[in-house]
Design a protein around this ligand. Structure first.
Ligand code: DX5
Ligand code: ZN
Length: 221
C-alpha cells in the first residue's frame, strides 16, 4: 500500500483510542467507511511517557487490513526499529526530528526499505528544525498536542506552523496534523493547508465510528 498522492484530504484514524481488545474489528469498521490510512501510534516509554505496541502487534493487524499503515514512531531510537516495523508491514514511517542527529540518513534508509518517510515536529519545535530536510519527505507531521496521550486539548499556536510548512514544501508533500482534531478544529487546520487529519478520540470515543468520521469529513468542506 502506498500513501495517497498529495491533493486529497485523508482522515487517518488513530487506534490509540480504539478498543485494543478488538483491534481487527475496529480496523474493519473504519475501512468500511472508506478510510485509506490508519495511524499507528508507537510509544516506547522513553521519548514519551507512555507505552503502546510494537512490530508483533502490527504484523498481526496487517493480515486484517488493506489500509495504508502510517506508523508514528514516538520512540528514542527510530533508526534501530525502522526495519522491524517495515517487516511487520507498515507503509509509512514518521520519526520525530528531535530523536536523530542524522535525519537525512534515516529518510534515505526508509526509502531504501521501500516505505515513505515522514518527520514530525513537537508543538514547541520550530519549522527551522526541518527546513533542510522537508523536501526529502513524503509527509510532514505537525503535533498539535504534546505526544504521549490521546484526548488532549488542541494547541492552536502549534497548528499555525502548518501555514509556513505549506509555503515551504508546496502542494506535493502531505502535511499531517495530529492531536485534538475533531469537527471543531478541522476547518482551521484544513484552511492552513493540512491534508492528512489524524483523529483518535474524536472517532473512537464515539459508539458510532462511521458517523464520527463523516462529521470530520463534513467539517472539511
Ligand atoms: C498522541 C498521538 C496521537 C493521538 C491523537 O501522542 O500521536 O496520534 O492518538 O489523539 P487525539 O485525536 O485523541 O488527540
Ligand atoms: Zn500520532
Amino acid at each position: 500500500m502506498r500513501l495517497p498522492k498529495a491533493g486529497t484530504i485523508e482522515i487517518a484514524p488513530s487506534i490509540l483510542s480504539a478498543d485494543f481488545a478488538k483491534l481487527a474489528d475496529e480496523l474493519a469498521e473504519i475501512e468500511s467507511a472508506g478510510i485509506n490510512i490508519v495511524h499507528l501510534d508507537v510509544m516506547d516509554g522513553h521519548f514519551v511517557p507512555n507505552i503502546t505496541f510494537g512490530p508483533p502487534v502490527v504484523a498481526k493487524l496487517r493480515k486484517h487490513s488493506k489500509m495504508v499503515f502510517d506508523a508514528h514512531l514516538m520512540i528514542a531510537a527510530p533508526d534501530k526499529y525502522a526495519e522491524p516495523f517495515v517487516e511487520a508491514g507498515v507503509d509509512h514511517i514518521t520519526f520525530h526530528i528531535e530523536t536523530t542527529a542524522e535525519p537525512e540518513k534515516l529518510i534515505d534508509k526508509l526509502h531504501n526499505l521501500g516505505v515513505t518517510a515522514g518527520i514530525c515536529l513537537n508543538p514547541e519545535t520550530p519549522v527551522d528544525a526541518i527546513k533542510k530536510i522537508a523536501p526529502l519527505c513524503d509527509m510532514i507531521l505537525v503535533m498539535t498536542v504534546h505526544p504521549g496521550f490521546g484526548g488532549q486539548k488542541f494547541i492552536s499556536e502549534a497548528a499555525e506552523k502548518i501555514i509556513t510548512i505549506r509555503k515551504l514544501v508546496g502542494p506535493n508533500i502531505r502535511i499531517e496534523v495530529d492531536g485534538g482534531i475533531d469537527p471543531q478544529t478541522t476547518p482551521q487546520v484544513v484552511s492552513y493547508g493540512a491534508d492528512t487529519l489524524v483523529a483518535g478520540n474524536a472517532i473512537f470515543s464515539k459508539s458510532d465510528r462511521i458517523a464520527a468520521i463523516n462529521a470530520i469529513r463534513n467539517a472539511c468542506k
